[in-house]
Design a protein around this ligand. Structure first.
Ligand SMILES: CC(C)(COP(=O)(O)OP(=O)(O)OC[C@H]1O[C@@H](n2cnc3c(N)ncnc32)[C@H](O)[C@@H]1OP(=O)(O)O)[C@@H](O)C(=O)NCCC(=O)NCCS
Length: 149
C-alpha cells in the first residue's frame, strides 16, 4: 500500500477500465489526483493492481473511486485500501468518510459494510446504465471518530 506516483495515471486508468463500464481516462485521473484535498493509494502486484482515489476537505472525506483488477479480487486489497484511506483522511482532519455506490453492486456494498460503513441515504436514478435504465445510488458513511480502522 503506497501513494500513487505522479506518472502512474495511465496504470490507474488501465485498472479502472477493467472495473467499470464507464472508464476514466488517464488525464481525468491525473486531474482528479491533482485537485485540492485529493489523494490516491495503490496496491500492487508486479504493476498497480488496485487503487483508491479520495478527497478530504473541510472535515469530510469522500471515496471518488475504488477499483481492483479482476485477477486480484478477493485477496483483501480493497479492504486494505479503504482502511489505509480512512487513516489518511483522519490524519487530514476528516470526521467522516462518504461514498456513493450503485445499489445493485453487491461486492462493493459487502466490502463497505464489512469495513464499518453505514447506509446514510439513497439517490434515486443516479447511475445511467443506458438501455438497462437508471440505478439508484446508496450513500454510505463511515464515522472516522468511532471507526477502529
Ligand atoms: C468491489 C471491489 C473493489 C472489491 O475488491 P476486492 O479486493 O475483491 O475486495 P476484498 O478482497 O478486499 O473484499 C473485502 C470484503 O468485501 C466483501 N466482498 C468483496 N467482494 C465481494 C463479492 N464479490 N461478493 C460479496 N462480498 C464481497 C466481502 O465481505 C470481503 O471479505 P471476504 O473476502 O473476507 O468475504 C472489486 O470487486 C471491484 O473492483 N469491483 C468493480 C469496481 C467497483 O465496484 N468499485 C466500487 C465502486 S463504489
Amino acid at each position: 500500500m503506497r501513494p500513487a506516483w505522479d506518472h502512474e495515471a495511465g496504470d490507474l486508468a488501465r485498472v479502472h477500465d477493467q472495473a467499470f463500464d464507464h472508464p476514466w481516462s488517464a488525464s481525468e485521473i491525473a486531474e482528479l489526483i491533482g485537485s485540492p484535498g485529493a489523494f490516491a493509494l495503490v496496491a500492487e502486484d508486479a504493476a498497480p493492481a488496485a487503487f483508491i482515489l479520495c478527497r478530504a476537505v473541510a472535515g469530510e472525506a469522500e471515496i471518488l473511486t475504488l477499483a481492483v483488477e479482476p485477477a486480484a479480487r478477493r485477496r483483501g486489497l480493497a479492504r486494505a485500501l479503504v482502511e489505509a484511506a480512512a487513516g489518511v483522511a483522519r490524519i487530514a482532519g476528516a470526521e467522516a468518510m462518504f461514498l456513493e455506490v450503485a445499489d445493485d453492486n453487491v461486492a462493493a456494498i459487502g466490502l463497505y459494510e464489512a469495513a464499518g460503513f453505514d447506509r446514510a441515504g439513497l439517490r434515486r436514478g443516479y447511475y445511467d446504465r443506458g438501455p438497462q435504465g437508471y440505478v439508484d445510488a446508496l450513500v454510505m458513511r463511515l464515522d472516522l471518530g468511532r471507526a477502529a480502522l
